[in-house]
Design a protein around this ligand. Structure first.
Ligand SMILES: C[S@@+](CC[C@H](N)C(=O)[O-])C[C@H]1O[C@@H](n2cnc3c(N)ncnc32)[C@H](O)[C@@H]1O
Length: 224
């Protein structure tokens, strides 16, 4: 696993949202980048690649900032339907020295930007119905270049205590207005094997719990 982000990098990113009006985003950034193992896991999957990255449901752009801090230089475009989060990501880029980062507003249920390279989907599938999840995965797979990867982090539906804690966390995010929508449906592992396998990608799946109580898994689908 890639080493966790350095304290200097963390401070640099957090400072980008240090305006008075962004106090909440600053706290969120520090806690999230310190505690969530997903950013290092994605960075490890991208190590050594020169392909651009499309981040679907990018939120305030933390993955893009993290990747720049660990030395990933290709273009990164983020895409999210929450215009407030995209505005925050854009203002953070404007306050930074990072180059080649772009963030646009759009609903992934209605289509994806026309890019090819790597595609990342972190923690958004639970907002989609099963049919919408299949369509999104197929569209995302079609954006994966030869040698590229589709990297997904999601909670898997099962009967574990971790699963119940994840559902409670997603409802809390909705009730505090951090998320626009409540969770709709959590995928199971068969979905990835069927949709991404049919798209010609080789799929692997592993728990990605770190020190969190959530039932998160990392799914990596590669195009040979
Ligand atoms: C739990 S957050 C994850 C943010 C980011 N991926 C991360 O891990 O730092 C889920 C994100 O998905 C976005 N989202 C949910 N449904 C979406 C949709 N239909 N189209 C685009 N973005 C969506 C939300 O606005 C939110 O920013």
């Amino acid at each position: 696993m890639t080493a966790p982000i350095s304290p200097q990098s963390l401070r640099r990113i957090a400072r980008l949202c240090s305006l008075r009006s962004k106090r909440w985003e600053r706290c969120y950034t520090i806690v999230k980048l310190r505690s969530d193992p997903v950013y290092a896991a994605v960075a490890q999957e991208l190590t050594g690649s020169s392909l651009p990255v499309l981040d679907i449901g990018c939120g305030i752009g933390l993955l893009a900032f993290y990747l720049r801090e660990v030395g990933y230089t290709p273009e990164i475009s983020g895409f999210d339907y929450d215009r407030h989060k995209i505005a925050c990501a854009q203002s953070m880029v404007a306050r930074s020295d990072y180059r080649g980062l772009s963030f646009t507003t759009g609903d992934a249920r209605h289509g994806l930007p026309e890019t090819t390279g790597h595609v990342v989907i972190l923690d958004i599938l639970q907002f989609f119905t099963p049919d919408e999840q299949s369509v999104l995965l197929a569209r995302a797979a079609s954006r994966v270049a030869p040698g590229g990867r589709l990297i997904i982090r999601t909670c898997l539906r099962d009967d574990s205590r971790r699963f119940r804690i994840t559902v409670a966390g997603d409802w809390l995010a909705k009730l505090t207005f951090w998320m626009k929508a409540p969770p709709v449906c959590y995928p199971d592992r068969a979905l990835f094997e069927s949709v991404l396998g049919a798209a010609g990608l080789r799929v692997r799946l592993a728990p990605l719990w770190g020190a969190t109580p959530f039932n998160n898994h990392l799914i990596v689908a590669e195009r040979a």
